[in-house]
Design a protein around this ligand. Structure first.
Ligand SMILES: Nc1nc2c(ncn2[C@@H]2O[C@H](COP(=O)(O)OP(=O)(O)O)[C@@H](O)[C@H]2O)c(=O)[nH]1
Ligand SMILES: [Mg+2]
Ligand SMILES: [Zn+2]
Length: 355
């Protein structure tokens, strides 16, 4: 295997040249074990982050699974990451239990598969959150609806899914149904990621694509179909068909990170209607001449679109208000606290606690 197999290209090659670091070779981070990272050069190497890099970086800038890094090898098969090359994309969320702090889930991703299970996990509103967050990074999502063999009310769900206007694939990971459709999208050198709650079948899908039981999977609890966090860290795999896939532990809750202005690009349909409302400050909840409510009554806009729009708008506004009301000193203190919280969050994530 060579570095191109892992997605190395001219963009990253010239970025590395520009850094002009002596004695450094390129590598891609394929696993994050908390204390150390696994990097391919393409030989598998265990790497630590250079102290200087840790001190000068915000947590979101530190190497994550998917990153291309400049690596310095030493004698004893030890390696130090000196720099992270500029990312072509990153998948963010707001770190749990903090203010507006960015946590990076994966980087240099071309394709994001948002996985839900068709038995109990199906939740269109949550899909909208993912779509919003991914479009901020210019990543178009593809939804995967897994466990088709256990689907409840499938025709009704398919109708709801179609109204979301996002490409989707229906799969049964345990029998291989739909796997070829996923494989067709993840072409050679492209990096895809599986996102979604624990227990929906991300690792089973990964194994099906690999044709190998590389990822541990766990039976879900029968009572509530909740997963058991078998996947404890993020890891990037090379598929036999040439593409790359990142399996992630389940995300319990995707809290949004970002600016309100991005909301418009994700909800052009709602905003377009909103511009036709009678009042500029229409809340689209009770007004008589509200174009948005009219479209819902006429079934030209799905209700879930408006619900998501209002919910996301409120959430983003609330965190923006909190940040704006802080003094410079408070902001500094907060940044320090958040940095600690993120480190803890990352640690919990690597322990499989949070995801
Ligand atoms: N019936 C059924 N079970 C599945 C399917 N895909 C995965 N599972 C089961 O769901 C459980 C959780 O799968 P896993 O891949 O660990 O989920 P993850 O947490 O998203 O990685 C395991 O017992 C799998 O065997 C499917 O398509 N149909
Ligand atoms: Mg898993
Ligand atoms: Zn309105």
């Amino acid at each position: 295997m060579d570095l191109e197999t892992y997605g190395w290209n001219d963009y990253f090659a010239s970025a590395l040249r520009e850094l002009a670091l002596e004695q450094c070779i390129p590598g891609r981070v394929v696993a994050d074990h908390g204390g150390y990272l696994k990097v391919v050069t393409p030989a598998e190497t265990i790497a630590e982050i250079a102290g200087g890099l840790t001190h000068t970086s915000e947590p979101y800038q530190l190497p994550k699974v998917g990153d291309w890094v400049a690596l310095q090898l030493s004698d004893h098969n030890k390696a130090t990451i000196r720099a992270v090359l500029p990312r072509t994309s990153e998948i963010n969320r707001k770190a749990a239990g903090t203010g507006n702090v960015r946590q990076v889930l994966a980087t240099n991703v071309d394709i994001a598969f948002v996985v839900q299970a068709l038995d109990f996990d199906f939740n269109p509103m949550r899909l909208e959150r993912y779509t919003y967050q991914l479009r901020q990074s210019n990543i178009e999502p593809t939804f995967i609806f897994n466990k088709a063999d256990k689907a409840l009310d499938l025709p009704e769900k398919v109708a709801t899914i179609k109204a979301l206007n996002v490409p989707f694939i229906i799969t049964t990971a345990t029998t291989g149904e739909g796997i070829d459709d996923i494989r067709a999208i993840v072409s050679k050198g492209k990096t895809a990621v599986f996102l979604g709650s624990s227990g929906v079948g991300k690792s089973t899908l990964t194994n099906a694509l690999l044709g190998d039981e590389r990822q541990k999977t766990a039976a879900v609890r029968e009572a509530d179909s909740m997963g058991r966090h078998t996947t404890s860290h993020r890891e990037l795999f090379v598929l036999p068909s040439g593409g790359l896939i990142i399996d992630t532990p389940g995300i319990r809750e995707l809290q949004l990170w970002g600016e309100e202005e991005y909301l418009s690009s994700s909800f052009r349909d709602v905003e377009e209607l909103a511009s036709q409302c009678e009042f500029r400050n229409c809340s689209h909840t009770k007004e008589v001449n509200c174009a948005v409510l009219r479209a819902i009554a006429q079934h030209t806009l799905p209700l879930v679109r408006l619900e998501s729009y209002l919910k996301l708008k409120n959430e983003l506004r609330a965190s923006a208000v909190t940040m704006a009301s802080l003094s410079a000193k408070q902001k500094k203190q907060r940044a320090r606290r958040l940095r600690k919280a993120t480190q803890l969050d990352e640690k919990l994530a690597s322990d499989g606690e949070l995801y």
